[in-house]
Design a binder for this molecule. Structure first.
Ligand code: SAM
Length: 471
C-alpha cells in the first residue's frame, strides 16, 4: 500500500483484485449461494485465495502430545491446527496411528454427538460412506468398548484404505464392511446412529483440491442430489426409532444440503435434533426451507477449515430392542488361552475369521457377528489377532497397532531414523536379543512386529504397508 493511502482504499483494491482472480468459482454456484443465509461472496472468494489449513486429531489413548505451535480446534477435544503442513509420510508416529490428519470442519460431528448422545455404551453405529475413515476414527474414539461401529465403504479400492486407517486407530469394536447401502436395509431398526457423509459435488473442497473445480457442474449437483436420496432411502430402515441420522456433505449447494434435509422429513418420520453452537465459532446455522430443520454450514471465510455441511435428524417413534435371529456359537475357547499373553486382561472372545486367522471381539458382539455373517461382506471383524503357525502364534500387524494389546509384550524402542527404515521394510541393525517376537516402538507408540532370530531380525511389516518415500 502507498504511504498515506487510507487503509480502506487498500482493502477495496484487494477485494476487487480477489474478485477478478477468483473467476474459477462457477458463477452459477455463487448465485445459488447468494440465497444461503450468512453467505458473504467477497469474503468467500478472498478465502479461496488463501492456502488451506492443516489439522490433525490426536488418538486419545496412544499418548502423542499436541504438536508444537499448534492451536486447538474449538469444536473437537483432540483436534489441532498445525502451523504448517509437514510430510506426514515421513513421520513414524503417523503410521502408528498417533493422530489422524483430518480437515477441521469435518471434526464437528464430535460436538454434535457429544450434545445429542447421553450414553456411549451398548450403541450400534453405522458410518455408511466411511472411506478414508475420518468420521469413523472420530466416532470410535467416543464409543464405549461394548458399543459397535461398522465402518462401511462400497467402493472396494477405497475400502482397503479405510481398513488400513481403522487398523492404525486400533479399536476392536470398529469393524469394516464393504456393502452397498441397500444391503443394510434388511437390518430393520438395528442402528442407534447412522452417519451418511455422502458422495457429493465437492465444492467445499475447491480450496484444498482445485481439481474438484473441473468436475463441478450444475448437472452433477443434480445427479449427486438424486444419489444422496437413493442412499438415504436405502439405509433409513436400518435406523432405530428414536435413533440419530447425521447427514453431511462437503458441498455448498442447497440442493445437496438443506433440500436433502427437507426431503428426509418429507419422506420419512424424522424430526430435528438441534444443537446450540457458540456464535464466535463462525459456524452458520441455516434452516431447511420447508421444515425449518437446523443445519450447520462451514464457510472457509468464517471458520478455520474447509467447506462442510451437516445436519442431525431423529427418527421418530418408540425405540424397540432389535431382535437378533437365533445364533450359533462362534467362540473358540482353547485359543483364548493361547492368545492371552498378547491381549489386555479384559472381556474378550476369540472367533475364527477367513483363512485360518482369528480375531478378538467383545462378548457383547457375538450375536452381531452371527447376524452380519449372513448379511454383509465383512473385511475386518473385531481385532485381527493372526494365526497359529509352526507351533507358535504368528501375530497380525493390526495387533501391534491395537489399543487392546498387552503392555507386557516385549518391545524395542527405536529412533525415528530406525523407525523409517522399519517402515520401508528394510532390515534394521539392532543389538541381538533372545529369539521371539518384539513390538517396534517409536516415541512410545508401536509400529509393527520384528522377530528376533538371535543374531538378526525379520521385519514383519506387511508389504502393502511399506512406505516408498525417501527421507
Ligand atoms: N466419511 C469419510 C471420511 O470422513 O473420511 C468421507 C466420505 S466421502 C465424502 C464419500 C464416500 O462415499 C466415498 O468414500 C465414496 O467412495 C462413497 N460412495 C460413493 N458412491 C457411493 C454410493 N453409491 N453409496 C455409498 N457410498 C458411496
Amino acid at each position: 500500500m502507498t504511504r498515506g493511502q487510507p487503509a480502506d482504499c487498500g482493502g477495496l483494491f484487494l477485494r476487487k483484485q480477489v474478485l477478478a482472480s477468483a473467476f474459477h468459482i462457477p458463477e452459477s454456484l455463487l448465485t445459488q449461494l447468494d440465497k444461503v443465509s450468512g453467505f458473504d461472496k467477497v469474503a468467500f472468494l478472498a478465502a479461496h485465495e488463501a492456502p488451506a489449513v492443516t489439522s490433525v486429531r490426536l488418538h486419545p489413548l496412544k499418548g502423542a502430545a499436541a504438536p508444537q505451535g499448534s492451536e486447538p480446534v474449538p469444536w473437537c477435544t483432540s483436534g489441532y491446527y498445525l502451523p504448517s503442513r509437514p510430510v506426514f509420510t515421513l513421520d513414524p508416529i503417523f503410521h502408528a496411528g498417533a493422530y489422524y490428519v483430518q480437515e477441521a470442519s469435518s471434526m464437528f460431528p464430535e460436538y454434535l454427538l457429544r450434545y445429542l448422545v447421553d450414553k456411549w455404551d451398548g450403541l450400534r453405529v453405522l458410518d455408511l460412506c466411511a472411506a478414508p475413515g475420518g468420521k469413523s476414527t472420530l466416532v470410535a474414539a467416543l464409543l464405549g468398548e461394548n458399543s459397535l461401529l461398522v465402518a462401511n465403504e462400497v467402493i472396494r479400492s477405497r475400502a482397503a484404505i479405510l481398513e488400513e486407517n481403522i487398523a492404525r486407530w486400533g479399536y476392536a469394536n470398529t469393524w469394516v464392511s464393504s456393502n452397498d447401502p441397500r444391503d443394510f436395509g434388511a437390518l430393520h431398526g438395528y442402528f442407534d446412529i447412522i452417519i451418511v457423509d455422502a458422495p457429493c459435488s465437492g465444492s467445499g473442497l475447491f480450496r484444498k483440491d482445485p481439481a474438484a473445480l473441473e468436475e463441478w457442474s450444475e448437472n452433477n449437483v443434480t445427479l449427486c442430489s438424486q444419489r444422496q436420496q437413493r442412499i438415504l432411502a436405502d439405509v433409513w430402515p436400518a435406523l432405530k426409532e428414536g435413533g440419530l441420522m447425521l447427514y453431511a456433505t462437503c458441498s455448498y449447494s442447497p440442493q445437496e444440503d438443506e433440500e436433502i434435509a427437507d426431503w428426509l422429513a418429507d419422506t420419512f418420520e424424522a424430526g430435528a435434533a438441534a444443537v446450540p453452537v457458540p456464535n464466535d465459532w463462525g459456524i452458520v446455522v441455516s434452516h431447511s426451507p420447508r421444515h425449518g430443520l437446523p443445519c450447520y454450514r462451514f464457510f472457509p471465510d468464517k471458520v478455520k477449515g474447509e467447506g462442510f455441511f451437516i445436519t442431525a435428524l431423529r427418527k421418530t417413534g418408540e425405540p424397540a430392542a432389535f431382535r437378533y435371529p437365533k445364533s450359533k456359537a462362534l467362540r473358540t475357547a482353547g485359543l483364548r488361552e493361547q492368545v492371552r499373553p498378547l491381549l489386555m486382561d479384559r472381556e474378550q472372545v476369540v472367533v475364527p475369521v477367513a483363512d485360518g486367522h482369528y480375531a478378538m471381539i467383545h462378548p457383547a458382539h457375538e450375536a452381531d457377528l452371527n447376524l452380519f455373517q449372513s448379511q454383509l461382506f465383512l473385511r475386518r471383524t473385531g481385532l485381527p489377532l493372526g494365526k497359529p503357525a509352526g507351533g507358535e502364534w504368528l501375530p497380525a500387524h493390526e495387533l501391534a497397532l491395537s489399543v487392546d494389546k498387552s503392555p507386557e509384550i516385549p518391545s524395542i524402542e527405536v529412533s525415528r531414523e530406525e523407525a523409517l527404515g522399519f517402515l520401508r521394510k528394510e532390515e534394521i541393525a539392532l543389538a541381538p536379543r533372545p529369539r521371539g517376537w518384539y513390538l517396534v516402538v517409536c516415541e512410545g507408540i508401536a509400529l509393527g512386529w520384528l522377530k528376533s532370530l538371535g543374531n538378526r531380525y525379520n521385519n514383519y511389516l506387511p508389504k502393502h504397508w511399506r512406505i516408498r518415500m525417501g527421507g
